[in-house]
Design a protein around this ligand. Structure first.
Ligand SMILES: NC(=O)c1ccc[n+]([C@@H]2O[C@H](COP(=O)([O-])OP(=O)(O)OC[C@H]3O[C@@H](n4cnc5c(N)ncnc54)[C@H](OP(=O)(O)O)[C@@H]3O)[C@@H](O)[C@H]2O)c1
Ligand SMILES: [Zn+2]
Length: 371
């Protein structure tokens, strides 16, 4: 039953996806005499935490009940008062927690406070499930840098366009819908300036009721055309252009007068230093980024080790052509032993396409405290 209740708390947590960033998704279930008497989840950034929503939903007295919650209850004043105090006040008898708060500054303190108040606390039930569900939060809260997913769509022979450059569309409508769902969940979407120059994309989410990600373009010298959609249509979504000291002040002013935010990052090999950019984006509370190319930026992103996860949609067709583009360009690597290795692979079919997902072996390690 314990697993059943905790899984239910996870189902609730999941409902907050795309709405709580940069907070974690959290769910809570209150059980008394083998009956669920309250449930809730963190519904929106800045709003009530899951524990409070679960307590508020209870129709009968929660005294003596057990609370199942997917993350350690908070003990400090943030945007809302601490949940630990409310749990103690409401005389909950047991609290079963999936994971400790990953933030080393607060981790374990919520539990300590509950135990000091005489509440029985257990930690670790479905801990790994929470680390996966909240992979974005787990990185962001510890490293203060966004979690980055590199996404591409290619043919069975690894091409993202024909030799003449036609690329719309390689993957099926079902796969593309899934990508738009991701655009709704991620806070930022990142592309290189050549992609803007060549394709003039909108980089918005085209599903109903969805939140557009912040459009982030790397552009070392501000070559971006002022009439490109990401600049002109700043009413559709926010746009940030990341440049270097080489950008001239006049171009910066021009972009800013179009409602675009311009950030100056350090430069590396005469281009934007991507790790420095990530630190700056983290400071703007951007916790997650979908990297959608092009191929030069993709290679630099791997070289500079800013990518956590890869998602490749493979469509069952062959394109061929020596000069047809592949998802990752740049210089490439010389020796196979230097390949960027991917682990924890999963495979899914989406309509007629295959989706391969995995994590980069060399990505920045996040040492979450063990529950
Ligand atoms: N099928 C797909 O899924 C898909 C998705 C996206 C793009 N594309 C295609 O990809 C093509 C564009 O790709 P691309 O490889 O030519 O260019 P890109 O990756 O879109 O842009 C590269 C440019 O970004 C700037 N940049 C700034 N900092 C950088 C850094 N650290 N590393 C790399 N670049 C940096 C550089 O210009 P500066 O030196 O001037 O800053 C560089 O030339 C387009 O034709 C587009 O259609 C396809
Ligand atoms: Zn809380």
């Amino acid at each position: 039953m314990e697993l059943y209740y905790m899984n239910l708390a996870f189902d609730l947590a999941e409902k907050g996806r795309g709405k709580v960033n940069p907070n974690p998704m959290v769910g809570a279930v209150i059980v008394k005499n083998n009956k669920i008497i309250g449930q809730g989840y963190h519904e929106q950034y800045g709003k009530n935490h899951a524990e409070i929503n679960a307590l508020n939903s209870a129709k009968e007295d929660v005294e003596g009940a057990t609370m199942y919650v997917t993350l350690e209850p908070c003990y400090h004043y943030g945007k809302t008062p601490p949940c630990v105090e409310k749990i103690i006040e409401n005389k909950i008898e047991k609290v079963i927690i999936a994971s400790l708060d990953p933030n080393p500054l607060v981790s374990g303190n919520g539990i300590k406070k509950l135990r000091n108040a005489g509440i029985y606390v257990e930690v670790g039930l479905l801990d790994e499930k929470n680390k996966k569900l909240n992979e974005v939060f787990m990185k962001y809260i510890v490293k203060k840098k966004p979690f980055v997913v590199m996404k591409s769509a290619m043919s069975l022979d690894g091409k993202i366009a024909t030799y003449s450059g036609e690329s719309k569309w390689i993957s099926s409508e079902k796969s593309r819908k899934q990508v738009h769902k991701l655009r709704n969940e991620f806070m930022g979407i990142l592309v290189g300036v050549n992609t803007v120059i060549k394709d003039d994309p909108e980089l918005t989410c085209r599903l109903e009721n969805c939140t557009n990600p912040i459009r982030i373009i790397v552009d070392s010298t501000l070559r971006i055309p002022l009439n490109s959609k990401v600049v002109k249509e700043s009413n559709k979504a926010k746009t940030i252009i990341v440049t270097t000291e080489k950008a001239d002040k006049y171009s910066i002013k021009n972009l800013e007068s179009n409602g675009v935010k311009v950030i100056i990052a350090k430069s590396k090999d005469n281009r934007v230093d991507l790790d420095n950019m990530m630190k700056k984006l983290g400071k703007l509370k951007i916790d997650s980024i979908l990297l959608e190319g092009g191929s030069s930026l993709n290679f630099s992103a791997l070289e500079q080790n800013i990518v956590d996860k890869i998602q490749v949609y493979i469509a069952p067709k062959i394109i061929g052509g020596q000069n047809s583009k592949t998802p990752i360009g740049g210089k490439g690597i010389d020796l196979l032993q230097d390949a960027f290795k991917v682990k924890d692979i999963t495979l899914k079919t989406i309509g007629e396409d295959i989706l391969i997902e995995g994590y980069f072996e060399g990505r920045e390690k996040v040492n979450c405290l063990q529950a």
